[in-house]
Design a protein around this ligand. Structure first.
Ligand SMILES: Cc1ncc(COP(=O)(O)O)c(C=O)c1O
Length: 388
């Protein structure tokens, strides 16, 4: 086949590779503990499932939805106001997505021509750079380093790159580093975006998975943010609805309209029943969200305390469903350590380098198993490695 050159910039991904290795290890009779993919193992609340069920039974709900319903957009606006005190106009500042990934993947189609520059965090969630590469743009990696609290150092971006850049991707609470951003950082981002005329795209997928009473903020809380950017929100993690594809993008109305135009040429909207499930999630009781966060917090403590006790030291994240762990003593390559961990302990984590060059030296552990399984993972590592 005569493939497009962009295919060269895509890989089938570390997850497929890990899946292959998992099968090899399991064929030897070892039950692998998979802390690789960040797919929630918890169920959605019953009222969300009920709303979906009821709506699935209505034959009128099977036409193309052609976008979000006004009921969904009002629910989103109400939720954003209550959670972040951010005002959104349901008529033109919200767009429904088939999962936030849909928007993250397609936005570049509206803004990036071949050769255009986008600022993309390194390490970062892979779709930010893939979306730019698929539009044949150029990725300028923004290193996010521990010494800078995993925030990009905007002052280190060369002037000519800042002038050329059209988009900057940001994501806090962050995947994979689990870091969070503060108001002061977002204020500097808005200032930078105004100065260089850059569209800010903030992904806030993990805002509700936060611990020890921490409440992550929305980028749109900062004055002027809506003039320069948009924010992507996902129901996947907050409400454990990852396979029930729904998310949304909010903020700058020109961007919302442009992405809406692109999408209207690609898909015909989110299934009405899934929209109803989303409305039930956003407007229903929120104790399920607090319960989910408490569950992850307990898991975090089992993992981080357990590994630290056996000499693999790692910080406790204040948000996200991940632990971003520096390599244990004796290792300098994340891929070598990950291979060893699977072979010797039957535990899968993701090598940091899979998220970009600056991810080397770390692994990402997803807290997607219950506490007893995580304790078992710690025991297996204790029995098969000596870090002290
Ligand atoms: C940072 C981040 N953004 C977006 C997504 C995609 O979420 P959705 O299920 O809404 O497409 C993920 C999924 O893991 C993620 O980690």
């Amino acid at each position: 086949m005569k493939k497009a050159s962009r295919m060269g910039s895509l890989s089938s991904g570390v997850f497929n590779e890990m899946e292959q290795r998992r099968k090899n290890v399991e064929s030897r009779g070892i039950k692998v503990i998979n802390l690789g993919v960040g797919s929630p193992d918890l169920p959605p609340a019953q009222h969300i499932i009920e709303a979906l069920k009821k709506s699935v039974e209505n034959p009128l709900n099977y036409s193309y939805s052609l976008g979000g319903t006004s009921r969904l957009y009002k629910a989103v606006a109400g939720w954003y106001k209550k959670r972040f005190n951010v005002d959104l106009n349901p008529d033109n500042e919200i767009l429904a997505l088939m999962g936030s990934q849909d928007g993250l993947a397609h936005l570049a189609m509206a803004y990036i021509d071949p050769g255009d520059v986008a600022l993309v965090p390194d390490p970062g969630y892979p779709i930010y750079s893939f979306s730019i590469l698929m539009a044949q743009g150029e990725v300028y990696p923004l290193s996010i380093l521990e010494k800078n609290r995993f925030l990009p150092d905007l002052s280190s971006i060369p002037e000519e790159i800042a002038r050329k850049a059209k988009i900057m991707w940001l994501n806090y609470p962050n995947n994979p580093t689990a870091a969070s951003a503060d108001r002061e950082f977002f204020e500097r981002v808005v200032e930078f975006a105004v100065k260089y005329d850059i569209l800010i795209c903030h992904d806030v997928a993990y805002a509700e998975l936060a611990y020890d009473n921490f409440k992550p903020m929305s980028f749109l809380e900062v004055p002027g943010a809506k003039d320069v950017g948009v924010e992507f929100y996902s129901l996947s993690k907050t409400y454990n609805m990852a396979g029930c594809r729904i998310g949304f993008v909010v903020g700058n109305r020109e961007v919302i309209s442009d992405l809406g135009l692109i999408k209207s040429n690609i898909d015909y909207g989110v299934f009405f029943a899934v929209q109803e499930a989303g409305i039930a999630a956003l407007t229903g009781p929120q104790d399920c969200v607090a319960e989910t966060a408490r569950t992850y917090q307990r898991r975090r403590d089992v993992l981080v305390d357990g590994f630290s006790e056996i000499g693999w030291l790692m910080p406790k994240p204040s948000a996200s469903m991940f632990v971003w762990a520096p390599l244990p003593p004796g290792y300098s390559s994340s891929t070598v350590f990950v291979a060893d961990l699977l072979e010797r302990a039957g535990v899968i984590v993701i090598p940091g380098v899979a998220f970009g060059k600056q991810g080397e030296g770390y692994v990402r552990i997803a807290m997607v198993e219950d506490e007893t399984v995580l304790a078992e993972a710690v025991n297996r590592v204790r029995d098969n490695f000596k870090f002290k």
